[in-house]
Design a protein around this ligand. Structure first.
Ligand code: CP
Length: 313
């Protein structure tokens, strides 16, 4: 692959190879700060047009641990604010010959468009409601480590699915790896075309969570509900917030996940989020660095090979 734009483009072999490489980075990350020179001599530019804590920090750390020169563009202070278009901004940066461009953008499809215009490897760090591939990959690595496998699991994805690129990428990835997926949420927050994903749909948490191995909670994304129905937080927590009573119907060893940022007391009870026997939320963050290292390592190998054969300038 030239770019990492979405899970849609990956097959189960690609996914397993990337997770295996990421796994090799996990232990090394615990031991030392910098342990590989896989990206030495390469320039990585991070362009985040939407807020981020986890994704931006982990892409920066991942690049530095592999020896890249990493630059974080401050998009708030960029010429975008003077009316420059996304494509003109990208072409300007492209003229400085970056090797890896990490992009988050509020519009679905913006990152794909940009990838067609530049001659470096582009990684999608989240585009609108479309995809967030490295999030799904880090979730997959977290599940595989906790459950010992990434197949034949019952996985519930709960809450605001309609607005969630995290849900979309996870549904694609977990489906490709042959898991059974349940979507649980109010009808207003479920995607209209869920049948195409081959998933089961529930509107009641206690029905949907019966005997699941994995409970994946999502943030209520009010910023994407432009003009639409916004549920009251109290009512939402009562019906869809994960608390001890609802979690009790899942398997006794079911793990609890959340991509962050979390709204405690809205989609998840704070005590459950902090329960180290159930919650793997901090492990998800840790896996994020390893997965982003693996993704950039693999793309850089392809980039170098293509440049040697003259395919990519
Ligand atoms: N999960 C996630 O993408 O978090 P950030 O928005 O903080 O990067």
């Amino acid at each position: 692959h030239t770019h990492l734009l979405g899970i849609e483009q990956l097959n189960p072999f690609d996914i397993t190879a990337l997770l295996d490489l990421a796994e090799s980075y996990v232990e090394l990350n615990r031991k030392s700060v910098k342990h590989s020179e896989a990206l030495r001599g390469l320039t990585q530019i991070n362009m985040f047009f939407e807020n981020s804590t986890r994704t931006q920090a982990s892409f920066e750390l991942a690049g530095k641990r592999l020896g890249a020169d990493v630059m974080n563009m401050s998009m708030q202070a960029s010429s975008i604010k003077k009316g420059e278009t996304l494509i003109d901004t990208a072409m300007t940066l492209n003229a400085m010959h970056p090797d890896l461009l990490v992009v988050r953008h509020p519009h679905s499809g913006a990152v794909d468009l940009l990838a067609q215009k530049v001659n470096c490897a582009v990684l999608n760090a989240g585009d609108g409601k479309h995809e967030h591939p490295t999030q799904a990959l880090l979730d997959a690595l977290t599940i595989r480590r906790a459950k010992g496998r990434l197949q034949r699991l019952n996985i519930a994805i709960c809450g605001d699915i309609a607005h969630s690129r995290v849900a979309r990428s996870n549904i694609l990835l977990l489906g490709k790896m042959e898991n059974r997926i349940r979507l649980i949420g109010p009808p207003t927050l479920l995607p209209s075309a869920f049948a195409e994903f081959g998933v089961e749909v529930y509107q009641d948490m206690k029905e949907g969570l019966q005997d699941v191995d994995v409970v994946m909670m999502l943030r209520l994304q009010k910023e994407r509900m432009d003009g639409g129905f916004i549920p009251s937080e109290r009512e939402y927590y009562h019906r869809y917030g994960l608390d001890a009573e609802k979690l009790a119907v899942a398997k006794p060893d079911a793990i609890v996940m959340h991509p962050g940022p979390m709204n405690r007391g809205v989609e998840i009870d704070g005590e459950i989020a902090d329960d180290i026997n159930r919650s793997v939320i901090q492990e998800q963050v840790e896996m994020g660095v390893a997965v982003r290292m693996a993704a950039m390592d693999l793309l850089a190998r392809n980039l170098r090979a293509k440049r040697e054969t003259g395919v990519m300038a």
